[in-house]
Structure formats: C-alpha cells, structure tokens
Design a protein around this ligand. Structure first.
Ligand SMILES: [Zn+2]
Length: 237
C-alpha cells in the first residue's frame, strides 16, 4: 500500500471520510470541506483489506488516469464513420473551433493551453456536431417504428447515453457519436419505447424485443462500450 496513488476531494455532502474508485480519476479520498488530511495514512491503514481487494480495479483506473491526461490526437466518431484529427492552434480571433469537413480536421483555438479549456472546447464542438447529426436520425427511426416523441435535447451527460422524460422529451448524450451506428439506433429505439412505457416494465421489454429482437446483446454491449469508446480526456477535465 506504500506507493498508492490517490487524489483528495472535498465534498459538502460528505459527513465522514470515505474511499471510492472513479473509473477515470482512480482512487479518491472524499471528505467534508477542510477535513484533516494528515489522517489519510491511518485511514488507508484501516481500510487495508478493502484496498487489497480492490487493488486490481485501482491499478486499472490509475492507468486510465495517466492516459486521460493526454490530449487525444483523433476523435473517432464511429456513428458517422469519421476520424477527426485534432489540431490545437494559437488563438487568432474570437473563434474557438473550426471544423474542416473535407479533411476531417478540427482546429481548436483555446485561450490558454490548459487541458481543462481544451477539453471544454472539444465537448462544445461535439455537442454542436451531435445537434446536426442526431435529431434528424432519431426522427427517421421514430417514423420507421411509428413511435412519437415531443422534443429532443442534446447534452453531455455523465453516465447515461440517453433518457426519456414523462413529457416524452428525449435527451441524447453527445457521446453517442462515439458509438457504432447500430448501437446509436438501438439507444434511439430503447428511448422511443419509453414514450409508450416510462419504466422498465415487462411491457417495455416486450415492445423493445418486438422492435429489436437482439436487444439483449445490444444492451450488454452498451454497458461496456462507455469506457472503450469515449476518450477519457473528455471526462477527466
Ligand atoms: Zn430505459
């Protein structure tokens, strides 16, 4: 346990000090604002068994943390079969990003060359791209299955590919662009089924099975794909 890497996070919600493993940020020690960090070595000692049990997961997360710090050279948007090259430029004007669709190059013009600003610009551009690609595509799939929704919104959710509200607003995650097209369509069909059945009831699964007989394999794939396809850099900063 000697060379264990960890980060400290202060949280207003935390009542006491606890340990958690974030898939991108690695081992985190979470405690109330201003907690006494000199206690950490004792806490790690106390939680020795837990840490031993989770060592493999911690090591894997730490490796991911290292790669997450590097700015990706490419964004692989499987949904649109685009391999977008990233070029970081000096800021010349008020422009923050420029996409050259012919050569698939995304020029970013950060104010400061800080990772967090570069990641924010990438997310901004992805959202813009998602707004031009996803709504029309969803509309087509809805039409094909005779299902109806009220509105569509595009976000950058942390842990969900998409969701559907009781008012039949479908929220899509810009990160869907990283998925292969057949899985994007599966997410669409899943959410469209929610316009009929809001919960994961038996009726919901029956409708999904009817529209998408292979739904089990797709649902399973979606769980694992998150960490495989979304560049961790985008979630780190
Ligand atoms: Zn669902």
């Amino acid at each position: 346990m000697q060379n264990l890497q960890y980060s400290v996070r202060y949280s207003k919600k935390a009542k006491r000090i606890s340990l958690r493993i974030d898939p991108v940020k690695g081992l985190e020690i979470v405690g109330p604002p201003g907690f006494d960090t000199s206690k950490i070595p004792y806490i790690l000692q106390e939680k020795k068994d837990w840490l031993q049990r989770h060592l493999e997961g911690i090591t894997r997360a730490n490796q991911r943390t290292e790669s997450a710090k590097k700015i990706p050279h490419y964004l692989h948007l499987q949904a649109t079969s685009e391999q977008v090259e990233i070029r970081i430029q000096d800021q010349l004007s008020k422009k923050y990003h420029l996409f050259d669709p012919h050569y698939h190059i995304l020029y970013l013009y950060p104010e400061h060359k800080e990772q967090s600003h570069i990641a924010a610009l990438m997310r901004q551009w992805l959202k813009k791209r998602a707004k031009t690609v996803l709504p029309g595509w969803l509309e087509g799939i809805a039409y094909r299955h005779g299902l109806d929704y009220k509105k569509v919104s595009i976000g950058f959710q942390k842990t969900r590919w998409a969701s559907c509200s009781n008012k039949k607003t479908i929220s899509l995650n810009s990160k869907l662009l990283f998925l292969p097209a057949f899985l994007v369509e599966h997410v669409f069909v899943h959410e469209l089924c929610h316009t009929r059945h809001p919960n994961h009831s038996q009726d919901f699964w029956a409708l999904l099975r009817h529209l998408q007989p292979e739904y089990r394999i797709f649902e399973h794939k979606l769980k694992n794909y998150w960490q495989q396809v979304v560049p961790p850099f985008l979630e780190m900063y």
